[in-house]
Design a protein. Sequence first.
Length: 238
Amino acid sequence: MKKLVVITGASSGIGKAIARRFSEAGYPLLLVARRIEKLAALDLPNCLCEQVDVTDRHAFEQAISKAEAQFGPVECLINNAGVMLLGQIDSQDSGEWSKMFDVNVLALLGSMQAVLEPMKTRQSGTIINVSSIAGKKTFPNHAAYCGTKFAVSAISENIREEVAEFGVRVTSICPGAVETELLSHTTSTEIKAGYEDWKQTMGGALIADDIARAALFIQEQPQYVCIRELVIAATRQQ
Ligand code: NDP
């Protein structure tokens, strides 16, 4: 009997593809994002959809309680919700930096805190954090975004070490470029065009399902096997 998996940011892109893959594999799901109508449109069985802004810790915890009442304890948390607002350091609005750190880093810490204690007590559970290759190397106009993703990778590895003795797994997935809505929130048309050109020169990006298959592979290892980090990108990406 498969146990509850929580996926943040499941209303589009990678999170949506992960929701489909995990549902097909038989997992009951809690899906959270702000665009509830997009979550509902997925129309998956054994699936609770809740409108949650992940920066609202209280709303996230309420959604967890509701899902656990229906499906039992959280077995796996996939912290996927994220924003990428590319910009030049000398002109970018500092509000964009705050937004990225709030969603990509602080909300991720909060959601881990919300589920870790019961996992440690049960000596079972998995947290998969979606970092990025931008959490391993830098790119032009990515300073704040890279800052958040380097933080996600560091936080994931640090917490993995802390909970290993309790049999709980923590993994970071580091995707290269994936075709999703992520770039659309960047305001500079010049930066967006440059990013699209870069994807063309390497012959295109991954699709979201490529990451979803990787996430399922991580979860489906026996509990004593922890894939600490999985870096995945289009073959032609440098
Ligand atoms: P999308 O923009 O398609 O998806 C982002 C998801 O995050 C949406 O479901 C969105 O839902 C959710 N989200 C954003 N802010 C919030 C919030 N405050 N509260 C709740 N949910 C939120 O992009 P991707 O699928 O590409 O991004 C998923 C993850 O993958 C991100 O962490 C991203 O950094 C990472 N990544 C993506 C890469 C790429 O090239 N696409 C490469 C490497 C990593 P809603 O708007 O409905 O709230």
